[in-house]
Design a protein around this ligand. Sequence first.
Ligand SMILES: [Zn+2]
Ligand SMILES: [Zn+2]
Length: 234
Amino acid sequence: MKKCLLCNQMFAPVLSLNQLLSWRKWHEEQLCHHCLAQFEFLPTISCKICSGKLLQDADKQSLICSDCRRWQKIYGNNVLYHQAVYLYNQAFHDLMVNYKRYGDYVLCYVLQDLCYKNLAKIKADYYVPIPTSASHIAERQFDTVSAIYGDLVNLTAILGKIDGQQAQGEKNRKERLQSKQSFFIKAKYNIDLNMKKVLLLDDIYTTGRTLYHARDAVLATFPKAKISSFSVCR
Ligand SMILES: [Zn+2]
Ligand SMILES: [Zn+2]
């Protein structure tokens, strides 16, 4: 039996025969079925660029969401292909408030639970986490994105973030979209991402602003990097 990380009830994790017969350590489920059912998968028919939900008629006709249509106006065909797993619903909102605002570190294992199967299907040469600014790390004592993905893939933390800016999570939609580039490539990393498959990792894709800035920062140094992105939630 195991204790669910969200409701503290005991539950029996379901193990497949393969897992039972395997010598390798398998991923242990962290959530009971009741809590897991509170999270809603993104619809199968979703935006073909960012996997977001198609809300407006124009979205449904083109299979491109309104956020991505706006990015197309700026970037033309050079849009960022993004994969996500869950829809941003109340359960996800509550989870992220406890994780990011109240700094409940143990919830990174819940987020791992929600995304590890999907992330395992994406093969990349480099997995690059979206960084937290130094002052936010000092507040929470941990980096929220690296805490989720560090156990799942090898991270290449080449991106840094300029300090002194308001967190994206504290802004409204308009402020998010207007936020300025704050990412840079850390000088100490002596690697070449040109021609390499790079997967940018974030916890949530809201407007796309953060991930497009991160991609622009990588491309400024490595113009031939092949970049796509992933988040638990969209
Ligand atoms: Zn539970
Ligand atoms: Zn989209």
